[in-house]
Design a protein around this ligand. Sequence first.
Ligand SMILES: Nc1ncnc2c1ncn2[C@@H]1O[C@H](COP(=O)(O)OP(=O)(O)OP(=O)(O)O)[C@@H](O)[C@H]1O
Ligand SMILES: [Mg+2]
Length: 342
Amino acid sequence: MPEFGFGLDIGAYSIKFACLKRVKKEVQLVDLALEKGTEPANIKSDIDRILQANKLKEAEMVCSVAGPSVVVRYADFPDMSENEVMGAVTLESERFLPFRLEDVNLDLQILRGARETKGKMQVMIVAARKEIIKKRLDFLEAGAWTPLAIDVDALSIANCFEREGVTSANAIALLNMGAAFTNLCIIEENLPCFTRDIPVGGNTITSHIQKRIGVPPEEAEELKINIGLATETEGIDKEKITKVNDAIREILEVFLKEIRYSFDFHQSQAKGKIIEKIYVSGGTGILKNIDKFLSAELGAPVEIWNPLRILPSPKEVIDKWQAVSPVFAVSLGLAYKGLEYA
Ligand SMILES: Nc1ncnc2c1ncn2[C@@H]1O[C@H](COP(=O)(O)OP(=O)(O)OP(=O)(O)O)[C@@H](O)[C@H]1O
Ligand SMILES: [Mg+2]
């Protein structure tokens, strides 16, 4: 009997669903779904169809949260049990968290592996405000889906990336550029070591184009997708192209400031290694020429990451979704997590 994992990524612009199965030791893609909108009803029929096609009665969903209601912190502790760490964190919560303890759900993970040193261990502390967790649970309830776990967008991309088996002596940055947020996760030795959400994404770009050029939102969105940072687009005059390019660049400058600040902060940490490569995912990662732009500005190679490339997948699913594959990074990371519970 194959075991299944279901990931549901509820974004500000679209909802993404990924279904994986484990057959013996191999993980395979079953199917994907993507719908614009933010309501369960937008994607319900796609999910029902996928479940039926695989003779599945229900999907135990892993979903995620992001944004200012979520923080991920890394702290060193002397060797102790997870319970003892939890005791220490709750006792001195204000040292670790910008929230009141009673307002959040708290989770811990001891980061085992290469970063452990004798007598000392690193712990990842995750806190999410209860109201955002409730929003996710309400969403699942409205769709009649069973919750299995709630993860964090930035950690989910790291979970998905881990399967690529990319090893590096330095650090790697994962940037999931969505609509409301860009999730940043820096990984070293295959473990996350810096996690942050930057409040800049495709929405910010579209509304800036709208303002700068004086067009309605739908037209601004279309201009963004058709032109992006390309300097030539068939059927559009040079002047308009330059205006769109400039408007996008103005927003990306703000974004770059935040990224540089984060990279500098990471590198100033005890073992902060240099960022060797940047992998970009998310809908805004498909913006034309964004890889060239980011690479030139950040001085590191940038790859638009296709999280399906290492995953054995049905041909029809690949044919349908290949062009927008970076959008599925979070949902795939969540589905992988679902498989861990199976
Ligand atoms: N081909 C494209 N070129 C440029 N931008 C695109 C393209 N396709 C989608 N986008 C933009 O990507 C964004 C949506 O990406 P994504 O689905 O990753 O976001 P989300 O997960 O819904 O949002 P968030 O994670 O911020 O809550 C939108 O702003 C959309 O305009
Ligand atoms: Mg997203």
